[in-house]
Design a protein around this ligand. Structure first.
Ligand code: ADP
Ligand code: MG
Length: 498
């Protein structure tokens, strides 16, 4: 070999070595980056862990807080609000009634026609529209004028308008925010939740605001009841099955109510009702316990929300927030590694990832996870390999599994408080034979998250059995109540008339 050839070969070897070294370096760097995201995922899994022992601590904390909230005003983060609903619909109601429901994302209007028998419940013309976002921080007048206008349009579409002219229509106003009631048909707003911010309305009588707006439009309608959405769901549950004593909503937000003995509502001594009980609106979204598994993402989400230090439980389990928890995990992974490519400005935008998208990714059953690809693309993340898409699915799973299991612990907490969890409540233990006497208990559940996100629902129901045990679980029936809050509120108004 000549000198030139030797030199050439040497250069080639050096070049090959440096290319190889570069490739090895790059691979090592990429492996390190992958290790970073795996560590972030592991940390998330650990921080979200909900073994049954921990869930039982949450169950106990919920029952204890319920007691405290019933004992004195401000005794707990659980407000345990009186609803003045002491009698629930029986199935014998008759007539035509209306409901207007202001939720967190949607407002709904419907009419029910009742024929004095349970089987004659005819739900008519259910309208559901997204709440225009500008209304959420407008003024009381703008919001209620809009609701009155929507009701007017609904009524104009009725077939027999001429027949019903002159007849006052009885309306239930289902209002999914905390209200301090003074009667079944009046109450003042305590605070806004779920992103609503019309501060001048706090302290105002909500039913009166709606009635005034209806009167201004000349609508011949009477706001006969102001009903929390959970109470609506309970009413529909009870109408169909009188063993229904608890109702829970998992929608944009989350809340629960249940039927309580009046003598257990210690903060209102001397409270008399015909039935000896009253529905209590727990406002459980504000529940807090040190046993709740909290992550750094929850802390940041709370700090940056419009209601920080408030609604801690709701922020872990409800539809408004699950998407944002997942987004925060992906954002951190994207900042600390390059597996998602360069961090996009879209990904940094709060609430840009909805819980609907989380469920679509979580339940993506295409072999290549095409739905995940599509949703990540909307977040400005494209061309990520399959293993990264699988990682995203795993994040959705961890966040939703925690939500479903904590939701179950909340329900079991209520069952414990009313002695329907097989343990004999929070003070006494009961024998096995007494457990056999356990009463059948129906829990009415509704809300978009529960109705549509199958994995959330499955995790919740699975955990409830885990907490209660197979034996007691046989007595606890979870029943889905589609549109329960609106329909049930109309039934409640009907029961007031009969
Ligand atoms: P509102 O809270 O206004 O009463 P819903 O009870 O219908 O309305 O709940 C709507 C919320 O439920 C949505 O904002 C979303 O968070 C959640 N949701 C609805 N559909 C799905 C779905 N397919 N997957 C996951 N979450 C969903
Ligand atoms: Mg709702």
């Amino acid at each position: 070999m000549g000198k030139v050839a030797v030199a050439f070969a040497a250069v080639a070897v050096v070049a090959a070595c440096s290319v190889a070294a570069m490739m090895v370096g790059r691979r090592m760097k990429s492996r390190r980056k992958w290790r970073t995201v795996v560590e972030i995922l592991k940390e998330l899994e650990d921080d979200c862990d909900t073994p049954v022992a921990r869930l039982r601590q949450v169950v106990d904390a919920m029952a204890v807080e319920m007691h405290a909230g019933l004992a004195s005003e401000g005794g707990s983060k659980l407000k345990m609000l009186l609803t003045f609903v002491d009698v629930l619909p029986t199935g014998r109601e008759k007539g035509t009634y209306y409901a207007l429901h202001l939720g967190g994302t949607y407002f709904r209007i419907l009419r029910v026609h009742l024929g004095a028998q349970r089987s004659y419940l005819d739900v008519q013309d259910v309208e559901r529209h997204p709440i225009p976002s500008h209304l959420m921080n407008s003024t009381s007048e703008v919001l209620f004028n809009f609701l009155a206008f929507s009701l007017e349009r609904f009524i104009e579409k009725e077939e027999n308008v001429s027949n019903s002219l002159g007849v006052k229509r009885e309306l239930a106003f289902t209002f999914s925010f905390p209200v301090k009631h003074t009667s079944i048909s009046s109450g003042v707003l305590i605070k806004w939740t779920k992103g609503f911010e019309i501060s001048e309305m706090v302290g105002k009588d909500i039913a009166e605001c709606l009635q005034d707006a209806l009167d201004r439009r000349g609508l011949n309608m009477h706001v006969a009841a102001l009903v929390n959405d959970t109470v609506g769901a309970l009413s529909l549950g009870y109408y169909h099955d009188p063993d229904t004593v608890v109702a829970v909503v998992f929608g944009t937000g989350s809340n629960a109510c249940y039927l309580e003995r009046t003598d257990a509502i210690i903060k209102c001594q001397g409270l008399l009702t015909t039935s000896g009980s009253m529905v209590v609106n727990m406002e459980w979204g504000n529940f807090w316990s040190s046993h709740l598994p909290r992550t750094s993402y929850d802390i940041d989400l709370d700090a940056e929300s419009s209601n920080s230090n408030d609604m801690g439980f709701e922020k872990m389990i409800s539809g408004m927030y699950l998407g944002d928890i997942v987004r925060r995990v992906i954002l951190r992974m994207s900042q600390e590694s390059d597996v998602f490519g360069p961090t996009t400005s879209v990904l940094s935008e709060p609430y840009v990832l909805s819980t609907n998208s989380v469920s679509a990714m979580h339940e993506d059953d295409t072999p290549e996870l095409q739905d995940v690809t599509r949703i990540l693309k909307d977040l400005g993340v494209s061309d990520v390999p399959l293993k990264v898409r699988k990682l995203v699915v795993k994040i959705c799973d961890v966040v939703t599994r925690r939500a479903g299991r904590l939701a179950a612990a909340g329900i079991a907490g209520i069952l414990k408080k009313i002695g329907r969890d097989g343990s004999g409540g929070i003070t006494s233990g009961r024998s096995r034979s007494e457990i056999q006497m356990q009463k059948r208990t129906v829990v009415a559940v509704e809300g978009g998250l529960y109705m549509n996100y199958i994995m959330f629902r499955e995790y919740m129901e699975e955990a409830l059995v885990e907490i209660l045990g197979e034996e007691v679980s046989q007595y606890v029936v979870v029943k889905a109540m589609e549109d329960g809050s609106s329909i049930g509120s109309a039934l409640l108004v009907a029961s007031l008339q009969s």
